[in-house]
Design a protein around this ligand. Sequence first.
Ligand code: BGC
Length: 322
Amino acid sequence: MRVTQRRFGRDDEAYEVAGPPGHSFTVIPYGAHLVDVQVPDRDGRSASVVLGFGDVESYRAHSDRYFGSTIGRFANRIGGASFELDGRLYELEPNEHPHNLHGGFSGFSAQTWSVAETGPEAGVRFRYRSPAGEGGFPGAVEAFTTYSWSGTGLVVSHEATTDAPTVISMTNHAYWNLGGSLATQRLRVAASEVLDLDEGRIPTGASVPVGDSSLDLRAGPPLGSVIEATGGIDHCYVLDTVDSWVASLDSPATGRRMEVRTDQPALVVYTANDAGPFPRHSAVCLEAHGYPDAPNHPLFPSSELRPGERYTSRTEYRFRSG
Ligand code: BGC
């Protein structure tokens, strides 16, 4: 892995990390965003497989779409923008009124991270110190997001510690498109259930089998047909297995294939139903994290983090072409 610092836009910096031949990614301190991922197609031609911009101003202007950003403190929604922990009520920013989405206005994606380490082993490791009470969340949290290559796998890992009980669930919000129309790209997700959601997209607590419904991605259907049948996916898939290759995206047009492995229990699939300045449904987000709204569902896997504990998450996006 070779890390090169370069200019990004007029006066910001980016870190480009070269992997195997034809593979590189670029990240920036603002929101610890992943701004570019270059991978070869079947003819060896590299191109970016994520939607993104060339300057920080554009990321700020479209911050409500979270292009490539690091999400925290809490991925997806917390219903009513509030939760109770140890008998105390915490009120969060209702940035998707009346709910909290992706940590609120002052979430990790809107913060400028410091560069804790770069190098051939580490890749790029960002650190953010979130003060107690930020966005309404308790506890001062120290968070790290690390981007590196493992062979042709782009590894995104998150870590966090706290000085008081809190909740945490981090993820990356890249919009993937392996080249050519998204409609012809096939998405496989090894999940037999999705979380049931109410009209505000808040989990009811139940899960629903995907069965023969159009949300069933187990056989890897082309996304065009799925989007046509569903109007667009924005669902939380409950993964059948943990810590294995749970999803893949294939582009028949370019021969690129991406396989996803995560140690997280859920994968939100979002077919860019609103892609800001980009065409609707021109990419797909595959966001691995804990269960949405977990702080309000005692039966969901816990999202609590307490002093002395360390939150970790690891997701790998491995590329092949052929
Ligand atoms: C959510 C969508 C939301 C989008 C914002 C996704 O993670 O699932 O509901 O609109 O983020 O970019």
